[in-house]
Design a protein around this ligand. Sequence first.
Ligand code: KIV
Length: 263
Amino acid sequence: MPVTVHDLAAWKARGERFIMLTAYDALTARVLDEAGVPLLLVGDSLGNNVLGYDSTIPVTMDEALVFTAAVARGAKSPMIVGDLPFGAYQASAAEAVRNAARLVKVGANAVKLEGGRRSVKAVRRITAAGVPVMGHLGLTPQSVNAFGGFRVQGRGDQGDVLLEDALALQEAGCFSIVLEAIPAELGRRVTGALDVPTIGIGAGPHCDGQVLVITDLLGLTPDPVPRFVKRYADLRSTVAQAAQRYAKDVAEGHYPGPEHEYH
Ligand code: KIV
């Protein structure tokens, strides 16, 4: 049985911090599963990180389904959270349920959507259909055009609005809420006010869990990266150096060697 919503509730009750990472492919999902990562988010950040879009906005349901299915094939123990892309849940609650069900059918254990009170109807209908929903507040990238860029959210009076949104999402049935790029003090306030766990990304150290984008964690994303990113590896250099060493070996006749030949 993969990690469930009950596990998250228990971790919050015990004050146990946890992590979530994004994953987009089966191989990485398997590595993260073996490393004990409890939650894998097939984020719509796949748009920037895999498909080369300059935002998450172009990501389609069909694309989300392909990558969610791949991650589900690669990982068995983590909870797999499928991200509902822009346009998949805003038009009507009925469409939101249909698209959430499509993600579950290919292997998601839960879905994530962005927005506070404006998304409450969709949250209610999806949870009523038996699909756990993760909320997402703060710098919600699908609203980048409305925000006028990638800016910290929730400063000043906006903080009270965000807290009200978080309470509304909890009341509607969200089992956890991602808080992105908000002041650390607001992250602390929201986390203390909610019964369900918060998962922070640029929301300070007081959230119940933390999430990072896998390409940021591994140091694959080129500069500039947001202030909240901590790189735990430098795969950008590792990959470039491996490719250069391979080219050199081939040019100098060192590869392939006798041990790589078929007879
Ligand atoms: O799509 C994504 O990667 C996300 C995380 C930043 C939480 O939504």
